[in-house]
Design a protein around this ligand. Structure first.
Ligand code: ADP
Ligand code: MG
Length: 450
């Protein structure tokens, strides 16, 4: 249920971006997921709220659910009276725990160090996060992690949180997104200046300064918010001077966050700045295996490699493809998803990729990879340095595209179709037998799909 709860939070925040603030606060935010069997049972806080959501926001809600859960799921909204009745009839342990747990922020229990696969692209970030979790406030302060979307920044922040909660439970940790920080700050100013400012300020300080560890996720959104930056700067200094740990994530380095005040930039630069990249093929495979294991998806290994190859831009997207394949197979009543299921489930995505694909772009990628010329690879030379890349190009083109052999032959200086077949089959055989060729081919495929 805990996981479902996290998903539910995601659903709400997705709807949040699509409805006006007022309606969100009135009707959407109070929606509570109270059960999940074959459909989602959602409680609203009034009869009117139920009516409004059904009338005006049903589509946003069902889109968000489909997005987050990876499939369309039916839902039912209950008004308070119906909720009571429902709970009476269906009282389970799970629903009870769920009610108690409600308002407390919880780190996603799946986002742990154990579940974080380390590869070349993220090893320094992971090591720094680990060091900070073990000795907060002592080593790298602030720790600034940056990288593109869906590469694991939030996962690492939660991993730090989970680790500290478990090993150092007395420490106070505050995790917020930049938007939450901004909202809290604005709220602290109050609407009625005389009355609420002091109370607001006290609460705000209690929340952000009376902590041992402060994490701000996606700080790039502070760009352009002058007074929030000012307040963050003050918070930062206060914590820093008291040796409290500060951890920040961003999609770009401090210097590239526009309109970030110089003094704030230099504060952020004073600690450890570490970037994350897209993991290589092997790491992607390991991540997908882990994910399948965690979610108890039964998936053929072949499918895992297939997805790792196709998804070259971000891990979140890659995990999305995996769920898609799994749900597709389970809708067909299958226990294990096979490569055929994968091809069918991801048909649309693959078609989109195919449209962008040309044989020339494949040859070009191979040329870049081996640092040879286009003219050479498509020319007559028979030296080993050229022949191998040429055969690999031929193999990739015939594997990845639906082209007649003659057409492929033309691309390579008018070679006849038997030569093309020979090259294609030779590499296909090597891919099966030889680890190195397999790696090269996989690497090339992901580069081509990027
Ligand atoms: P970001 O915050 O950088 O946008 P997230 O932390 O939300 O990205 O990661 C997106 C998804 O990818 C999450 O489900 C996360 O668990 C997963 N993920 C990213 N990197 C790894 C990794 N190295 N090992 C396991 N899962 C990962
Ligand atoms: Mg994130």
């Amino acid at each position: 249920m805990q996981d479902i709860k996290n998903l539910w939070e995601k659903v709400l925040s997705r709807v949040e971006t699509n409805v006006s603030v007022v309606y969100y606060e009135l009707w959407i935010e109070p929606l509570e997921l109270i059960d999940y069997k074959d459909k989602l049972i959602i409680a609203s806080n009034s009869q009117n709220a139920k009516k409004q959501v059904l009338k005006y926001h049903q589509k946003e809600l069902s889109d968000a659910i489909a997005d987050v859960f990876g499939e369309e799921i039916e839902f039912e909204i209950l008004d308070p009276q119906e909720k009571d009745e429902y709970l009476k009839q269906n009282k389970t342990e799970e629903t009870q725990v769920f009610e108690e747990d409600e308002k407390k922020f919880v780190f996603n229990p799946k986002y742990t160090f154990d579940n974080f696969i380390i590869g070349k692209s993220n090893q320094y970030c992971a090591a720094a996060a680990r060091a900070v979790a073990e000795n907060p406030g002592q080593k790298f302060n602030p720790l600034f992690i940056y990288g593109g979307v869906g590469l694991g920044k939030t996962h690492l922040l939660h991993a730090i949180g989970n680790y500290i909660k478990q090993n150092n439970p007395k420490l106070k940790i505050q995790y917020v997104t930049c938007d939450q920080f901004t909202n809290d700050y604005i709220a602290s100013l109050g609407t009625n200046k005389e009355k609420s400012t002091i109370k607001g300020t006290v609460e705000f300080r209690e929340k952000y300064r009376n902590v041992d560890v402060l994490m701000v996720d996606d700080i790039q959104f502070i760009s352009g918010r002058t007074s929030t930056q000012e307040e963050f700067f003050n918070t930062f200094n206060d914590l820093y001077q008291n040796n409290k740990q500060i951890i920040i994530s961003s999609d770009r380095p401090p210097k590239e966050i526009e309109t970030l005040a110089d003094r704030l930039t230099s504060r952020l630069l004073s600690g450890l700045i570490q970037d994350m990249q897209m993991p290589d093929f092997e790491t992607r495979v390991a991540i997908l295996r882990k994910k399948a294991q965690l979610e108890r998806y039964f998936i053929d290994d072949e499918v895992i490699e297939f997805i790792a190859e196709k998804a070259a831009t971000n891990i979140r997207e890659m995990e999305g493809l995996l769920s898609k394949v799994y749900f597709f197979a389970s809708l067909l009543g299958k226990k294990t998803a096979t490569i055929e299921d994968a091809r069918e489930a991801l048909k649309e995505q693959l078609d989109i990729q195919k449209e962008k694909l040309t044989p020339e772009s494949i040859i070009k990628t191979v040329c870049d990879y081996y640092s040879i010329d286009y003219a050479e690879i498509t020319g007559k030379k028979k030296s080993k340095e050229i022949v191998e890349p040429r055969m690999i190009s031929i193999y990739l083109i015939s594997e990845m595209m639906d082209l007649p052999l003659v057409t492929i032959g033309k691309l390579f200086g008018g070679r006849d179709h038997t030569t093309i077949i020979h090259a294609r089959d030779k590499i296909a055989e090597l891919v099966k037998k030889d680890q190195k060729t397999k790696m090269i081919v996989n690497d090339l495929k992901s580069k081509i799909n990027e």
